[in-house]
Design a binder for this molecule. Structure first.
Ligand SMILES: Nc1ncnc2c1ncn2[C@@H]1O[C@H](COP(=O)(O)OP(=O)(O)OP(=O)(O)O)[C@@H](O)[C@H]1O
Length: 326
């Protein structure tokens, strides 16, 4: 049973977005339709320059749509003042600037600003929400630490806690994993998914991290130049092949078995005997080394690993490749 009633938190209908300068206007996105659901984490993916930030600016009320409709909780976004929009939509941008001597606790308390005004005086409810945001992001232990003295991953969690303390219905994050290592990227995205599911928030994450988005997102929005926004469960878009829209050219394709993008059009074939998962890595290594064919069979033995080719035994791929290249 769902804890929260799933509903459309944010909706765009036939949106045309772009920029005006004097009398000229430049349309970046047109015919844009989407629905962001509460209780779900949606990942917005698309190539550089396609208009992801432009869409976020429109959602935040920073640019007005040329045409079409944008609604929050069923109400036209134009009817919200910037202050009331700030209570409903929290945003975490890629490179936020906050003083390094600010503590994590002070940063998270800033999330309450749309509610407290600039006096920043917190009442009991505000303090409760700040503490809850710290504990939901598992950084209560960091609350007295300065921003300049914590790691990038911890700082990103603090930024998420600040957005959470704002307690709006919608959370938007622009590349929240950009500077993080693999473990932290997983941790942040899993945390966001948990927040969406357990707190009933509609979370939109702009990311270029397809691998981690596949593992964690409930829904993808794929944005590509000149085509309508595609929305669906990641697995549906993979099975239908629509995920290939993200790829810049026919040289790449999404490998359904490996679950990631790979170079396509490589005609090299090798005769390799051994466990399938090991064969994959041997082929990969040979191709990267510029080897497109070998004369005989390569045999792979597992545990301990050794490779046999032309009566020779090799303990590493490096050894085999050196032999093949001489
Ligand atoms: N203030 C602006 N005035 C005019 N054009 C702009 C403005 N900001 C962005 N653009 C243009 O809008 C287009 C989309 O930019 P946007 O930043 O939305 O792309 P993006 O998908 O977020 O890219 P990235 O993945 O690189 O962050 C680009 O061609 C960009 O030059």
């Amino acid at each position: 049973m769902e804890k929260f009633q799933r509903h459309i938190a944010l909706e765009g209908k036939e949106l045309s977005l772009g920029y005006r300068k004097g009398k000229t206007s430049k349309e970046i996105l047109s015919g844009l339709n989407f629905q962001l659901f509460s209780g779900e984490m949606t990942c917005l993916l698309g190539p550089n320059g396609v208009g992801k930030s432009t869409l976020i600016k429109a959602i935040l009320g920073q640019i007005a749509p040329f045409s079409g409709n944008l609604s929050l909780e069923g109400k036209d976004i134009k009817t919200f003042s910037l202050e009331s929009l700030a209570k409903q939509i929290a945003v975490v941008l890629t490179d936020p600037i906050f003083p390094g001597n600010m503590t994590v606790g002070q940063l998270v308390a800033l999330g309450r600003t749309p509610h407290t005004g600039w006096s920043g005086r917190l009442n009991e409810q505000d303090r409760f929400l700040v503490e809850k945001a710290l504990s939901d992001t598992k950084i209560t232990y960091l609350q007295d630490e300065r921003l300049s003295e914590i790691s990038d991953g911890q700082r990103q969690k603090a930024m998420i806690a600040r957005a959470l303390a704002q307690d709006g219905q919608v959370l938007i994050l622009d590349e929240p994993t950009a500077h993080l290592d693999l473990v932290n990227r997983f941790e942040i995205m899993s945390l966001l998914r948990d927040i969406a599911v357990n707190r009933g928030k509609g979370i939109l994450v702009v990311t270029h991290d397809l691998d981690i988005a596949i593992e964690t997102a409930d829904r993808f929005w794929l944005l590509n130049c000149g085509t309508p926004l595609i929305s669906g469960r990641p697995e549906d878009l993979i099975l239908s092949g629509q995920v290939n829209q993200l790829l810049p050219s026919d040289k790449y394709r999404f490998n359904l078995i490996r679950g990631r993008i790979e170079l396509e059009g490589d005609a090299s074939e090798f005769w390799i005997e051994g466990p399938q998962e090991l064969v994959f890595w041997v082929k990969k290594s040979l191709r990267k080394a510029g080897i497109s064919e070998v004369q005989g069979q390569i045999t792979i033995q597992h545990n301990p690993l050794f490779l046999t080719y032309s009566g020779q035994k090799f303990g590493t791929l490096e050894g085999l490749i050196q032999y093949l290249k001489t």
